[in-house]
Design a protein around this ligand. Structure first.
Ligand SMILES: [Zn+2]
Length: 356
């Protein structure tokens, strides 16, 4: 059977390669069984491209580097202590180093992978079989409050920006990880955050609303002239995590001709939010199906969070993507709908946002 091309809306593979938590890291080009994404496994799974995040971790020695930091188990779920902002200079230094790493990775790949700068690039790389990397900052901590360096990052290839991760910065506030909980956890965008939305629109940088709190989401919905996009999250009506989208948010995404990239992580998809248990592929299909039913198959796509979260056992790495496509087919999706979910919706939204 022909391998369906897949464009994935979010992975943390660059962080895993550039600043591995443990061990000696791994090679993206040669592949291994470590982590979730590398070139050989991407080819095996049909991955043609994705949004590759650059995320600034809490500084070395900070207790917040522990994923379970401040975890309290509650009667029906859990709550994690809110994360603190990271220092701007530290974030900038880390981020610049990550961009340097991507430059070396791209040169070393001898044309097998490439950083995408325009929609034309994306189409061409699809035709030529080059793996497309859309560079993304997960949280704008490295950007100066006066936005004077946004153009520099754009020139280095930045085409997607998450205004916040699940912590505050000078532009806005992300949601703390809580279950069950509303995404309405704090204040909306600052004045600088509102300026940043305008600059992203002007330059043609995708604004990613993953991790932002509900007030920030509505601020962007009001201010931005681009489609509303959440790269990796789930449906709040199925899994009431603070990170997931309410029906009203989904409706706004549909109305803007945007999309939600459905995440593959168990904590964000299981109806009971159990942090210890797995999610079957059909559980992930439930989220995709809900979005398609509510706002249309034009507005749902994939946003795995490979290399950034604990995956469903049945989708343990990028090579397993055809199993998800098959599960969608089993749910009744035809070839055309599968192509939309797998890559065409992402392509449309990137084209509409980048404008070239
Ligand atoms: Zn994330």
């Amino acid at each position: 059977m022909r391998l369906l091309p897949v464009f994935d809306g979010h992975n943390d593979t660059l962080l895993d390669l550039y600043a591995p938590e443990e061990g000696e890291g791994r090679s993206f080009l040669e592949g291994s069984d470590k982590g979730h994404v590398d070139l050989p496994r991407a080819r095996e799974g049909g991955l043609v491209g994705g949004i590759f995040a650059i995320f600034t971790p809490p500084p070395e020695g900070s207790p917040e580097r522990d994923l379970h930091y401040g975890l309290t188990i509650t009667e029906h779920g859990y709550t994690l202590q809110p994360r603190s902002a990271v220092d701007h200079d530290y974030a900038r230094e880390f981020t610049d180093g990550a961009f340097d790493f991507v430059d070396r990775l791209e040169v070393g790949a001898g044309g097998e992978i490439a950083v995408v700068r325009t929609y034309r690039d994306l189409e061409r790389y699809l035709r030529e079989g080059v793996l497309s990397l859309v560079l993304h900052l997960e949280g704008a901590a490295a950007i100066k409050e006066d936005l004077s360096d946004l153009g520099r990052y754009y020139d280095r290839g930045l085409r997607s920006l998450g205004l916040v991760w699940s912590r505050p910065n000078v532009f806005g506030s992300g949601v703390p990880f809580r279950f069950p909980h509303s995404p309405d956890t704090g204040p909306g965008l600052t004045e600088a955050g509102k300026m940043l939305v305008g600059e992203c629109n002007r330059l043609g940088i995708l604004i990613d609303l993953a991790h932002i709190n509900e007030k920030g989401f509505w601020d962007v919905a009001r201010l931005s002239d681009a489609p509303l996009v959440v790269s990796h999250a789930g449906v709040h009506a199925i899994c009431p995590s603070s990170r997931n989208l309410t029906d009203e948010q989904l409706d706004a995404i549909g109305d803007s001709d945007g999309l939600l990239g459905v995440i593959f992580a168990a904590t964000m998809t299981r109806p009971d939010g159990d942090r210890e248990k797995d999610i079957p592929i059909t559980g992930i299909v439930d989220h995709i199906h809900y979005v398609a039913q509510r706002i249309g198959v034009d507005h749902v796509a994939l946003g795995s969070d490979f290399d950034g979260a604990v995956m469903s056992q049945e989708l343990r790495d990028v090579a397993a993507l055809p199993r998800l496509i098959q599960a969608l087919r089993d749910r009744g999706y035809d070839d055309q709908s599968l192509e939309q979910i797998a890559y065409r919706n992402w392509f449309r939204v990137l084209k509409d946002t980048w404008k070239e």
